[in-house]
Ligand binder design. Sequence first.
Ligand code: HEC
Length: 125
Amino acid sequence: MLFTSFAFAYNNDEGKAIFSTRCTACHSIEKNVVGPALLNVDKRHDEKWIIAFVHSSQTVIKSGDTAAINLYNRFNNTPMPDHPDITDDQVRSIISYIKTESSVLASKPKKRYKDRMNCRLLISQ
Ligand code: HEC
């Protein structure tokens, strides 16, 4: 529950709106698209790193940051465009939205499993 209150410290609606208009061309929470799936991204990098990367990924890469360099190589050296107009707090809202979506998805596999079971039951009838 503590996590939920942290997740809502920033504005999820604002985060969702920015994510949908500026990020979904290349990112989904669940799947790799042009860029990596952003599920649990807050567990892979600290907030400062994510803010810097969203502002200018190439600056982070050129600074010699190993995580950023590896990611860049893994995604075929596709540069993520700079977003200098997105404020630090707006990035925090995006992170907050991703965190909430990640915890929603974490509770999903059970349901999918149940659906598969139902499906098997239907087939075997
Ligand atoms: C044109 C495509 C594109 C857009 C638009 C884009 N990204 Fe990316 N993003 C990438 C790629 C490609 C990578 C992988 C790193 C690299 O190649 O530089 C990445 C990596 C990332 C990472 C690191 C993920 C990890 O798993 O470590 C974060 C965080 C991120 N993007 C956030 C965002 C956010 C937030 C937005 C919207 C404001 C956004 N990106 C918009 C292409 C994009």
